[in-house]
Write a protein that binds this ligand. Structure first.
Ligand code: URA
Length: 175
């Protein structure tokens, strides 16, 4: 699976509960994720955990974290179309096995890979989509939020906080 990238890479599959109703799909592991062997454990992951927890979501019980790409791309570059195509069957298997009712697409790579929409996250974030019978919402990637930390109303950070409250409301209706 990592052949087109780097044969020495460690495969990063998941973190959280495989029984969760909520699946978070990111782009690809970074250096910290590769070292630990779990997705979203670096700076972006810490912010993502905080956003989920502030919305009242239990990150150990209610969430399953994974990525479109299972290996760290060289120099953390954006994955290529071919790499996304090669990794998609693994992601589809994860979705089938975990069977989440709600999926959150974190960033443009996850948005394009699942919904096949090439659009700006800023336009689609916070909206619910239906994908193969599941509710799907795109949100800003936490690495973008780390670069835009203002909490003023209308900023990416404040919009994302309200997106996660909307997600929490939705998963509560499924319990
Ligand atoms: N960014 C991602 O998209 N996924 C991770 O696992 C870490 C950072």
């Amino acid at each position: 699976m990592c052949d087109s990238m780097n044969r020495k890479n460690k495969i990063v599959v998941s973190r959280g509960s495989p029984l969760a109703n909520l699946m978070i799909i990111g782009e690809a592991p970074g250096a910290k994720e590769e070292e630990v062997g779990k997705p979203f454990v670096g700076r972006s992951g810490k912010l993502l955990d905080k956003l989920l927890q502030n919305a009242g979501i239990d990150i150990n019980k209610d969430v399953y974290f994974c990525n479109v790409i299972k290996c760290r791309p060289p120099k953390n570059r954006r994955p290529t179309k071919t790499e996304i195509q090669e990794n998609l069957p693994w992601l589809y298997q994860q979705i089938k096995l975990v069977n989440p009712r709600v999926i959150v697409l974190v960033g443009a790579t996850a948005l394009g890979a699942i919904l096949k929409i090439k659009s700006r996250i800023s336009i689609l974030r916070g909206e619910w989509f239906n994908w193969e019978g599941r509710l799907v919402m795109p949100v800003f990637h936490p690495s973008y939020l780390l670069r835009n930390q203002s909490k003023e109303e209308g900023t990416p950070m404040s919009l994302t906080k309200s997106d996660f409250l909307k997600i929490k409301e939705k998963i509560d209706t499924l319990k």
